[in-house]
Design a protein around this ligand. Structure first.
Ligand code: GLN
Ligand code: ZN
Length: 810
């Protein structure tokens, strides 16, 4: 056994604050976990081989953290799917439909079944559709449906939602947390096991109980706590010294009952395991009205997110922290890829150190590092200056250690620390000054935005007449009632993906590649004409991804080779990095939209990704407000919209599937976000003439709480997902009397199933009962890129036929 098996004693001896880490990416630097898991699902890797890959990843991660100088290294943060799901298994809360009986152990395949559902054939099949909307694929009626997944706070990570019933019982049902602690101990590392705290576990789950739909899941706390007590006692018996309990719900709006649950839970847990040091971690935002509750928890340490907190609150915490508690400052941003700016942080840390003393201060990243890529070491293609601005998980750990060492140094810092501080200061300075980041012409345009730039020339009713005719005048668009359209993409076939890859590798010249894409586009346009769609799209064959495609053409964006982060299960994303002022050197989509329009007399819809979605699905610069960056993107898109219009495109869709997920965690912050997000969309769209039709698309239709903002976006047409909810989700639009045109999806593109004509007619009837007929469009729920032509051809033919039938009823 080596170094950190007695970390606290070591730190006390050297009188410096402890460093710790809340969680490390489990995906592996070369995405080893994805490859192994998918191979296991495909039957190409044995269970033992998969477990071996997991053990190897854990070992590497622990060693990396030890090398980086982290005193308290987490365990239990590794998972084959999701850490909340692991908690579900730990406490034996497997939903009854999986046929698992309380009293046994939850094995790996049951874990995967909860996450992915079980197909009739007995094999689970990965859900999700890569369309960006991350919805379950439910259409092929699995024998047992998966648990729902949802976004982990405001990250792009998705967790498996725990399900509760009035009769839910819990029992210790998995040894993973103990096994991993012992595994690390055998490697000479006494880890700090990490658990999802009991109150967050309840809060983040949902009641799924047909007999007791109104059941209050916090009533289960009493039944749940004994399992946590058992877990803690067992960890203590195995030799654990610290245990981290994640209670990130501190960043949410909580009610009194939920706050009381926190107090009750930790009174019980602390009393039951007095030999353990419990560290309660909250992150992703300030505590605000939950602060007093967290400060009073009877635990050894409280971790807070110092990158997202507000500084006054942090000062308050430092001043008011009860004397029996230590404070863990999450000072290195675990949500972004930028290097820390030490010079900005050190004074505050010095202050905290002076007030709390070394023994009561711990240093850590702000949250688990699972939200950032693994290591910069493998990034070969980024230029040195740019790379010098970044820190991934591994580098962030070194930052934590450097900050601690810089602070703990009495007298002059050692040469290494001095060098690290100087390098950090130089990187910060180069970012502050770099002309690659700061472009006066972009800032000048943002400064020049006038209130009128957010408004179309005329209100919707006048635009409607210019676009579709009325009062005796013909409109620019010759569209029938219930016009049919699609959301943009058509099947991305293996041939298209192969051609793109060859082009990227230089095996296919740009001319050859474009010829190929042209041929596909021609076929797509011909198909839409033949099947009888009214407003066409070009198919988006030239795009791999709806954000990356634009990022690659805009200044201010960078792309990495290895910047993968887990989105859910074995799905990882590699977000672009918005590092500087955004500008559009030249038109981005006009070439493909004009080409497609030249093939047909029917209107061809231009296709853009909206400013909020581009922001949401990227790593965003941290040196200016998100709002400012979004406005820069919006101006670039506005120029594109005007170029499309000038090229004769009469309808332009600006997709905003990520609009809702940008909502802040706290209600009190919603209005500010919605105001700038709506304005960013309007800025991108409002430059066009009245007779140019602006569409938007969102992959969901839970709009109840934001419908006024959706209406304020003032798109002429919005398409949304509604087929799976049987149009029920249209409710918000109905109640609000949504004034503009709307296309409630009638074809569930998340399923391979081909919807019959009658079904789509019935859905349109439902919509027509509540939405004015003249405002309705007929379209699928989302883009078709993940589907095959064999499904898309008949499905769209049925959709057109459904539109004909309802028109005939008029
Ligand atoms: N236009 C995009 C498409 O059809 C929209 C995708 C999305 O909303 N996620 O693929
Ligand atoms: Zn969509």
């Amino acid at each position: 056994m080596t170094t950190n098996s007695n970390s606290t004693a070591a730190a006390a001896a050297s009188a410096r604050p402890l460093t710790h880490n809340l969680g490390y990416p489990r995906i592996g630097e070369k995405r080893e976990l994805k490859k192994a898991t998918e191979a296991y699902w495909a039957g190409k890797l044995s269970r033992a081989e998969l477990e071996q890959v997991g053990a190897e990843l854990r070992r590497q991660n622990w060693e990396t953290q030890r090398r980086a100088g982290i005193d308290l290294i987490p365990s239990g943060d590794f998972t084959f799917y999701d850490q909340v799901l692991d908690t579900t298994c730990l406490v034996g809360n497997v939903p009854p439909r999986f046929g698992w009986k309380l009293g046994g152990q939850v094995d790996l395949d049951t874990r995967f079944a909860i996450a992915r559902g079980v197909r009739r054939s007995g094999s689970a099949d990965e859900k999700g559709s890569e369309c960006g909307c991350k919805n379950d694929e439910k259409g092929s009626s699995p024998a047992t449906y998966a648990s729902e997944m949802t976004k982990w706070f405001d990250t792009n990570y998705h967790y498996i939602v725990p399900e509760f019933r009035a009769d839910t019982q819990f029992a210790l049902s998995a040894t993973k947390i103990f096994d991993e602690f012992s595994e690390a101990l055998a490697l000479g590392i006494r880890t700090k096991p990490v658990l999802t705290g009991p109150v967050s576990y309840l809060k983040l789950g949902k009641v799924q109980d047909s007999k007791n739909p109104g059941f209050n899941r916090f009533e289960l706390l009493e039944r749940l706590l004994p399992v946590y007590v058992q877990v803690l006692q067992k960890l203590a018996a195995l030799g654990a010294e610290w245990v981290q309990l994640d209670e990130p719900i501190g960043a949410l709006d909580l009610n009194d009952e939920e706050r009381r649950a926190l107090s009750t839970a930790y009174a019980t847990l602390a009393a039951a395991a007095p030999q353990l040091k419990l560290l309660v971690a909250t992150y992703f935002g300030p505590l605000r009205e939950n602060l007093a509750t967290y400060l009073a928890l009877p635990v050894a340490a409280l971790h807070i997110d110092a990158t997202r907190g507000d500084s006054e609150e942090i000062t308050r915490i430092v001043n008011e922290l009860p004397a029996d508690k230590a404070l863990s400052l999450g000072l290195v941003d675990g949500r972004n890829i930028w290097k820390s700016d030490f010079a900005a942080q050190l004074p505050r840390l010095q202050d905290a150190l002076a007030k709390l003393g070394t023994g009561r201060l711990l240093f850590a990243p702000s949250c688990s590092l699972q939200h950032v890529p693994v290591t910069l070491r493998n990034e070969q293609k980024l230029d040195a200056e740019f790379k010098g601005w970044l820190a991934y998980a591994e580098e962030k750990l070194s930052e934590v250690a450097t900050l601690r060492d810089a602070l703990a140094a009495t007298g002059a810092p050692s040469p290494e620390i001095a060098a690290a501080l100087a390098a950090n200061a130089a990187a910060a300075e180069s970012r502050r000054k770099s002309p690659r980041i700061h472009r006066p012409e972009v800032k000048a345009r943002v400064a020049k935005i006038a209130p009128s730039d957010f408004d179309r020339s005329s209100p919707y009713p006048a635009r409607r007449i210019a676009q579709r005719g009325g009062s005796g005048a013909a409109g620019r668009l010759d569209l029938p009632d219930f016009p049919t359209t699609s959301i943009g993409s058509f099947p991305q076939t293996p041939e298209i993906r192969a051609a793109r890859l060859k082009h990227k590798r230089g095996e296919l010249s740009t001319a050859e590649y474009e010829k190929f894409i042209e041929a596909e586009t021609v076929a797509c346009v011909r198909f839409q004409e033949e099947v009888g769609i009214d407003m066409l799209v070009h198919g988006e064959y030239e795009r791999n991804d709806m954000v990356e495609y634009f990022g690659e053409q805009l200044d201010g964006f960078a792309f990495t080779e290895h910047g993968w982060v887990q989105s859910y299960g074995s799905r990882y994303v590699k977000p672009p990095i918005i590092f500087g002022d955004v500008a559009r050197p030249k038109p981005m989509t006009v070439r493909w939209s004009s080409f497609a329009q030249s093939l047909t007399k029917r209107p061809m819809k231009g296709m853009l990704t909206g400013p909020v979605t581009v922001l949401q699905w990227s790593f965003v610069r941290d040196d200016q407000p998100r709002r400012d960056t979004t406005f820069e993107i919006a101006i670039a898109l506005r120029d594109e919209v005007l170029d499309l219009e000038a090229a004769g495109i009469a309808a332009i869709q600006i997709d905003e599937p990520a609009f809702r997920e940008g909502l802040p965690l706290r209600r009190a912050d919603w209005a500010y976000y919605l105001d700038w997000a709506v304005n960013a969309f309007r800025l991108s769209a409002a430059g066009v003439r009245d007779d140019t039709q602006i569409h938007t698309h969102m992959c969901y239709s839970e709009f109840n709480d934001i419908i006024d903002s959706i209406a304020a976006m003032d798109a002429d047409v919005i398409t949304i997902e509604t087929s799976r909810s049987n149009m029920e989700l249209l409710g918000a639009f109905v109640d609000f009397k949504y004034p503009n045109e709307i296309g409630p999806g009638v074809y569930d593109i998340h399923s391979p199933r081909i919807p019959p004509v009658e079904e789509m007619v019935a859905l349109m009837h439902k919509a027509a009962q509540v939405i004015p007929l003249e405002n309705l469009w007929v379209n699928p729920d989302c883009g078709l890129k993940t589907r095959g032509w064999a499904e898309v051809r008949p499905a769209l033919a049925n959709m057109v036929e459904a539109a004909r039938q309802i028109r005939a009823e008029l």
